[in-house]
Design a protein around this ligand. Structure first.
Ligand SMILES: [Zn+2]
Ligand SMILES: [Zn+2]
Length: 138
């Protein structure tokens, strides 16, 4: 069953996700600031196996985050829209790429240690200085 669907800005890439998000984050880490061009990234954390790319294909690059984790960032080669990011144990969808982001409000704010002093932080979210204790699946 498709719970979430989305795609890139130009429409060449379409995906579905067959489960609701495990959590939804605003991430203020310096890597997310560089990746987004803004003060944070907004992600829905889902099991990687729940996501199916139905049309087109992403391209990606990898970067080493401050934790030493290697982060893979997937985007559309035509329009540049960021779609997915992953490490070896976490997979996320960019909330802005969803067809209906209105149903996916943020639940946590993470890496507040590196947030810009002027960055907006939602009021009713759980706050973490760095990574939250998320473990996905087994
Ligand atoms: Zn595109
Ligand atoms: Zn981040």
């Amino acid at each position: 069953m498709t719970t979430l669907s989305g795609g890139c800005r130009c429409g060449k890439i379409r995906y579905t996700c067959d489960t609701a998000p495990i959590t939804v984050s605003f991430c203020y880490c310096t890597d997310c600031q560089k990746a987004s061009g803004g003060p944070f990234c907004n992600y829905a954390v889902v099991p990687a196996e729940a996501v199916t790319v139905n049309q087109g294909a992403t391209v990606h690059y990898t970067v080493e985050a401050s934790t030493g984790n290697v982060v893979k960032r997937e985007f559309c080669a035509h329009c540049g829209a960021p779609l997915f990011a992953s490490t070896n144990n976490v997979f996320v969808i960019t909330v802005g790429s969803l067809d209906d982001p209105s149903t996916v409000p943020p639940a946590i704010a993470i890496w507040l240690d590196s947030a810009q002093p002027w960055a907006p932080i939602p009021e009713n979210v759980e706050r973490f200085a760095r990574n939250p204790p998320i473990t996905l699946g087994a």
